[in-house]
Design a protein around this ligand. Structure first.
Ligand code: ATP
Length: 361
């Protein structure tokens, strides 16, 4: 049973323009953190605002716990909302900010609940501080405390970490994830940061141009992207055109095992950590190292093969000098992308496409 069901959600801000949210469908399970990930302007916030009731959809439905929310005003939707800028009241103390979310409760229960939630988010002792006396991470925890105090069914988090500097962001997001897990709260996290979405969410939906392009558990979407866009948005990858013959495909990097059987032209994604450079023997070199990025725990090499540069990782002990000839060895099957390989790349039919014929020959 799903907690939240969003189906066919569509929003157009002007009749002449394409919808900014286009037939978006996904579900959130009880206790789940669902990441809505996509580039700026793809419609994530508008989707969240329709779930919250700040924006009315042109089409589609939102159900929470089986109840349609469309006719329910925001304050009755049983949602907790945390914005990018925390939206704390600057003139109220930490305690009063949290108590504000509990206006339906009477004192002393209201005060006790606020104190309980502040303890939960690790801010006991900060009750009398004003928001401007807190760090960004602490302010974000007060905003979260205020959102969860009223025991909503679902928390909506809109880019909640983007105002924090890099070190604090990493720490705060792991704190927020463990807090949500500890309380068993369900949440939707809107972000344009793939690392954030992958590390905080149980499942993610990747949005592009108003549509959801893929939904799945974070690791699955990373390791088994369906499209070129998802493969490239979730991290660095090598995209290869190949010709499949069952479980293998001929590619510019030689014959590679592929993630699902294919016959004929196929587009593949091979992440840098799934391919490594190896010393060439007896003239079996495929390419030349053009650059080396040392990152402490591992090294990323750029290797030029037939005019194209590929990225390949090795552990920090393997050293290849720029200019050295190497082979590239795949450690995992290349992932078949569900894309039409001949999608507008030239005006020729597939059998005459120079990109494909170059590979087949
Ligand atoms: P970001 O990560 O930059 O916040 P987003 O993915 O959340 O982007 P939205 O804020 O949902 O994207 O915006 C989607 C599109 O809708 C954008 O092109 C934006 O300019 C447009 N848009 C959003 N709100 C309105 C509005 N009230 N009126 C007209 N256009 C809007």
């Amino acid at each position: 049973m799903n907690l939240l069901e969003v189906s066919g959600l569509t929003k157009r801000f002007s009749p002449e323009q394409d919808p900014v949210v286009d037939n978006v469908t996904f579900a959130v399970k009880p206790g789940e953190i669902f990441g809505l990930l996509g580039p700026s302007g793809c419609g994530k916030t508008t989707t969240l605002r329709m779930i919250a009731g700040f924006e009315m959809p042109d089409a589609g439905d939102v159900h929470l716990g089986g109840q349609c929310l469309l006719a329910v005003p925001t304050e009755r939707r049983r949602l907790g909302i945390v914005f990018q800028d925390y939206a704390l009241f600057p003139h109220l103390s930490v305690l009063k900010n949290v108590m504000f979310g509990l206006h339906r409760m009477k004192n002393p229960a209201r005060r006790n609940r606020a104190l309980e939630v502040l303890l939960l988010v690790g801010l006991s002792g900060y009750e009398d501080r004003m928001p401007d006396e807190l760090s960004g991470g602490q302010q974000q925890r007060v905003a979260l405390a205020r959102a969860i105090a009223a025991e909503p069914e679902l928390i909506l988090l809109d880019e909640p970490f983007s105002n924090l500097d890099a070190a604090l962001r990493e720490q705060t997001r792991s704190e927020v994830r463990s807090l949500l897990k500890k309380t068993g709260m369900s949440a939707i996290l809107v972000t344009h940061d793939q690392e954030e979405a992958l590390s905080v969410s149980d499942r993610i939906g990747v949005m592009r141009d108003g549509r959801i392009e893929q939904v799945g558990p974070s690791e699955e979407v990373y390791h088994r992207p369906h499209s070129c866009f998802v493969a490239q948005f979730l991290g660095r990858t090598n995209v290869l055109l190949g010709v499949g013959h069952g479980a293998y495909a001929d590619t510019p990097l030689g014959e590679l095992q592929i993630s699902e059987p294919r016959f004929g032209p196929v587009l593949l994604s091979l992440r840098p950590e799934h391919v490594e450079p190896a010393a060439s023997n007896n003239g079996d070199a495929q390419g030349v190292v053009t650059a080396r990025e040392f990152k402490g725990h591992d090294i990323t090499y750029k290797v030029k093969v037939g005019g194209t540069e590929y990225l390949a990782h090795t552990e920090y002990t393997r050293y290849f000098a720029p200019g050295e000839s190497v082979r590239l060895v795949a450690r995992e099957p290349a992932v078949v992308l569900h894309e039409d390989v001949h999608n507008g790349c030239c005006d020729e039919p597939e059998s005459l496409c120079p990109k494909i014929t170059a590979l087949v020959m």
